[in-house]
Design a protein around this ligand. Structure first.
Ligand code: HEC
Length: 160
């Protein structure tokens, strides 16, 4: 019966085009959702709250932290920690601002853990840096934050 065969072919064509449409929607429909998901908050595990920096900040250790920062971090995080390093653009996740409010309110242990562990484009430094070196970096990041948070007016008064 030729008309029936024709009907089945039509049905098949319809199913085929509907499933292609669903496939296309599935593929492209998720792209915006991925966009919405960033930036995902990065929360250190709560045990890191009890990690205390064994070092007190001083000129010598800040210098060590600065050298390490320049060697390993500046490419993405930028000279002042603003996330504007040459390689910090176009990454899956933005490096963010290490001197901003959320990083400044972070516990020392959380910063230590993030440097050690890494996530997405942020490398893990556990096999490249010693525990002491990571603590020097925490001191240096705190120093960047302190300088960033001083209101401009106060900075001017200081230099008089
Ligand atoms: C290849 C680029 C890259 C390098 C090199 C890099 N980072 Fe990052 N860093 C990132 C990115 C991207 C993020 C955000 C990661 C995320 O949210 O998933 C990040 C996040 C962080 C955070 C967490 C910020 C927050 O508030 O959650 C800290 C702290 C940090 N980096 C410190 C460092 C230090 C210190 C170094 C050097 C030892 C370093 N990073 C090297 C790309 C980099």
């Amino acid at each position: 019966m030729p008309p029936r065969v024709y009907g089945i072919t039509m049905e098949f064509k319809l199913i085929k085009s509907v499933s292609i449409s669903i496939g296309v929607l599935f593929f492209f429909g998720f792209a915006p959702i991925k966009q919405i998901n960033k930036p995902r908050p990065w929360i250190a595990p709560s045990y890191t709250d009890s990690l205390i920096n064994p070092f007190q900040s001083n000129a010598e250790l800040l210098q060590k932290g600065k050298s390490l920062y320049h060697a390993h971090c500046i490419v993405c995080h930028g000279v002042m920690g603003k996330g504007d390093g040459d390689s910090g653009f176009g990454l899956e996740m933005e490096p963010g601002d290490l001197t901003g409010k959320s990083s400044s309110e972070e516990k020392d242990g959380a910063i230590y853990w993030k440097i050690e562990t890494g996530r997405s484009s942020m490398p893990s430094f556990s096999d490249r840096l010693s525990s002491n070196q990571i603590w020097y970096l925490v001191l240096y990041i705190r120093d960047l934050q302190a300088n960033n948070l001083v209101p401009k007016k106060q900075k001017k008064e200081k230099s008089h």
